[in-house]
Every structure is written in structure tokens, then in C-alpha cells.
Design a protein around this ligand. Sequence first.
Ligand code: FMN
Length: 193
Amino acid sequence: MDADEVLTTRFSAIKIGEPGPSDDVLATALQAGARAPDHGMLRPWKFIVVRGPALDRLGDAFARALKIREPGTTADELERAKQKVFRAPVNIVVAATVEPDHPKIPEIEQVVSAGAAAQNITLSLHAQGFGCRWRTGVAAYDATVKAALGLKAHDHIVGFLYVGTALSVTPEHTRADHRRFTEVWSTAAPAST
Ligand SMILES: Cc1cc2nc3c(=O)[nH]c(=O)nc-3n(C[C@H](O)[C@H](O)[C@H](O)COP(=O)(O)O)c2cc1C
């Protein structure tokens, strides 16, 4: 696929299965993540690759966090929360490791940079033939989950990227035409009325 094709055919996988990406595929995708634009060269990113038996640890963190948020949650509900991480063979947690009080670079720019890194990762996986779904949900904003991942409370989880082989995809007819969101300004001043 050339670059335009990668960019204009990207999709989120709805159902994701085995096989997951190899180490080489992951390394290429993560390198694309590290190529994200970044004001001030802060590198405000952390990519945590969770796979194999480690998915259990992430699932436990989801369940523990839910139990703290909602102490009345039943064992079945906790197990369901834990099982969510097994929806794909690999999970890449993309976090913005921000300096909230940076004198020059506002926090939002650091978060946007981490979002760009996440998008670069998803695009690279797509180019390499792998499916991905970017998810957040309450777990992304939960202090217990952040701590379990070694993040600080002020860091931001911008996404859990569920990665593997795409087994079903977002229907093509839902795609938007860019003209819905685009204005072109090409004169020095607005036309007078
Ligand atoms: C920051 C962010 C968070 C998202 N969180 C979720 C989520 O928690 N659950 C979900 O089903 N989709 C989530 N999505 C949307 C999907 O990743 C996907 O983009 C959407 O279903 C549209 O499909 P498409 O990517 O093929 O256009 C999120 C997207 C972004 C950018």
C-alpha cells in the first residue's frame, strides 16, 4: 500500500483475533509512534505493550479499579471487566506523560502529541496488515489503572489500542466526506455583501 492508500483506507476493527503482530511489526509501529510531532521535543509519550500472560495483569487492574469505583460490583461483573482486555491478542496502552506546568508547551499540546503517536501506531499496523481498535472508556481515566501501569495521576491514557487480525470492520458506507468539515479561504478579505 502506498501512503495515500494507507491513510484513506484506515479502519477500526470491530472484532479482532489471532494472530497478533510479530515483534518486528510492533517495533515498526512503535517507531512510527515515536515519529509523532512534538512541540518542544518533550517526548511526552509512553507506549506500554501488553500481551500474552501480561493481559491478565491489565485485566486485573481494570477489575480492581471497577471494584474501587463501585464497591457493590458483583464477582461476575468484575470478571467481565477483566475479560475485556482479552478482546485482542495485544494491547498497546498509549499515554501522554505530561509536564502540566511546562513554561512554554501547554498540556493540551502534549496530549495531542500523544494522540498523534497513537494514530501513527494504528496507521503503521494497518499498513502492515494488522487490525486495531482505539478504545478508552472509564478505565482510561482511572487512577488505579494509571498506577498499575506505572503512570502518574496527572498523566493521560489517550488510548488502549487493541491489536491483532481484523475479523470484522467498520462499514465503508459510514465514511465521511472531507467537504463536510472543510472551508477553503483563498481571498485576502471576505467578499463584501
Ligand atoms: C480517543 C478515542 C477513544 C475511543 N474510545 C472508544 C471506545 O472506548 N470504544 C469504542 O468502541 N470506540 C472508541 N473509539 C472509536 C473507535 O476507535 C473507532 O474510531 C470508531 O468506532 C469509528 O471507526 P473507524 O475508526 O473505522 O472510523 C475511540 C476513538 C478515539 C479517537
